[in-house]
Design a protein around this ligand. Sequence first.
Ligand code: SF4
Length: 438
Amino acid sequence: PKLIKNVGCPYCGSSCDDIEVLVSDDETQIIDVHNACIIGNNLFHHANDPTRPRLPRMRQPDGSMKEIPYPEAIDWMAKTMLAAKKPLIYGFGSTNCEGMSAVARIAEKSGAVLDNCATICHGPSFLAIFDNGYPSCTLGEAKNRADVVVFWGCNPMHAHPRHTSRYSIFPRGYFTQKGQMQRTVISVDPRQTDTAKLADIHLMLDQGHDYELFDAFRTVMRGYDIPDVVAGIKKETIQEAVGIMKKARFVMIFFGMGCTHSDGRNHNVDHAISMVRDLNTFTKASIMAMRGHYNIAGPGQVWSWIFGFPYCIDLSKGTHAHMNPGETSSVDLAMRDEVDCFVNVGADAGAHFPIQAVQHLKKHPFIAVDPNFCMASEIADLHIPVRIAGVDEPGVVYRMDNVPIQFKAVIKGLPGVPSDEELFDMVYERMCELTNTQ
Ligand code: SF4
């Protein structure tokens, strides 16, 4: 067996790149995985699953799925996308940047809307960042400098299991040699999560009242009085938390869905960013979105270079890219039944979109591009399996702090199964053949 070191884990936004994988001599089987959390461990071992799909499957008139060869699937996808007036291509949290770049050509050629999972997670954060900037840093800086860590509306102990041990609570950094002993952890969450249990202070706010609490934090920070209770939290507790933050050497604020998807949404994040700016008049402070998937920061980077926008990119006008969340965002388009072909890539709209949106999408051709069986693949008209980025396909990924990392392939890909990039290139070439264009 061979031990491969410095492997990236293609699961959560922590994008751990210190995994060690023991593989068989012929590089077809994963034998053991070291350093990963239980989720990452399972993900690698799943690559050995003999039931992994190896051929595209097309829905038959009787509702069953029948395996078809790749050229047939590529031809169907190319023709279907060309025939559609406004296809929607969505997903990309779980694939590499090479795939995101290759799909852009298909999106342009078919006049599609190109969107990623941020549309249902950190989309509001993007809006706030457009308005108010992003005073952020790398996870390395957080580890080396932060002596006060705030988790606002996020629970890394479950969603990003090694975040606390690699970057935020436990690790010993350059200026934080004593690790957890040297850090004060504040959790702001309406639930008593496992992260909140680890925290020194837990502000159990009333659900949906984040905006008021940010307001109270900023008011206290500037030396003004506040009501005795704000968002269910006593004034003294807020004053204590703000006092700790002002006296810190470096405050790191991590925020998640509890902040971006509770009442206030982008306005909460706007306030959080302004709070970081306020804090920087007293000490040093930084803020970071807890991005969910290991490369969900990737489409924001790749498509911003190509189109100038990170998500909700409408290319249907054929002349320019247009972005207007609410109008060009996946769920809104689906709820208004405005798209006539849906391509789900490396995500699961079947599991994560509102049922009404899925019902509308299901009225039209529905294509799933995914290495695994998932809800989207099981309701699709065509499921095309691809290699698993980070396991049997290498590629570049952007960690939650927007640091690019080269992920490796640890085993050989399944024979005949293409990567996302190869598949999209073949679909593009077929579209060119069908339209006699380049
Ligand atoms: Fe993988 Fe996330 Fe676990 Fe790290 S914390 S090993 S990236 S699932």
